[in-house]
Design a protein. Structure first.
Length: 188
């Protein structure tokens, strides 16, 4: 193991020009949130309004592959006539990318895994109820990067994001959403 770590550390200077920062913003869309009872049957269905997704990342490129650490925040409002509320997901993911081309327009696929913090802020009948859970998070996506300058790419992508199942009292649900994002990636 120490040999592998040593080799990685020794090769990092050779890839120093391949570090980058990126930032994305876009719309998040969720399907109905199916809240299941103990038997597994849908006990209730909650609709979320479209929200935003804000992401920032620091990464490194190795030929056609990229690895990065990403921080993201995704707030959404409940679409309910019964009570008001918000759902927030903050996440930290380790992502991998495969760029199909190294130059020019670069289509890519991506996958990531990490941790997400899911917060519910509900206001039924004027009372405030809040809960926060930490869960395993993952994402899958695809996009295209278009060079717009020296070491600057315009990035457009689709992302499916989910947390593992959340269980509260006798109910469970799986938060997930789809995002369409636009951003910039800048080589350092």
């Amino acid at each position: 193991m120490s040999v592998v770590v040593t080799l990685i550390i020794l090769t990092l200077p050779a890839y120093a020009e391949n570090f980058y920062l990126s930032g994305d913003i876009g719309s998040t869309f969720s399907s109905n949130l199916n809240i299941n009872g103990r038997s597994g049957n849908t006990a209730a269905q909650q609709t979320l309004k479209a929200g935003i997704n804000i992401e920032g990342a620091f990464g490194m490129r190795f030929d056609n592959f990229r690895v990065e650490g990403e921080v993201a925040y995704q707030p959404q409002k409940l679409d309910s006539t019964v009570f008001n509320g918000n759902v927030h997901i903050a996440s930290f993911l380790a992502n991998g990318y495969y760029d199909f081309y190294k130059e020019g327009i670069q289509p890519y696929v991506t996958a990531g895994i990490g941790v997400g913090w899911h917060t519910n802020d509900l206001y039924p009948g004027g009372q405030w109820i809040s809960g926060r859970l930490e869960k395993l998070a993952y994402q899958l996506g695809a996009g295209v990067a278009i060079p717009v300058g020296n070491n600057i790419w315009l990035d457009a992508r689709y992302r499916y994001f989910a947390l593992t199942s959340v269980t509260e009292d006798s109910f469970s649900y799986t938060p997930s959403n789809n995002s369409f994002l636009l951003g910039l990636r800048v080589g350092l």
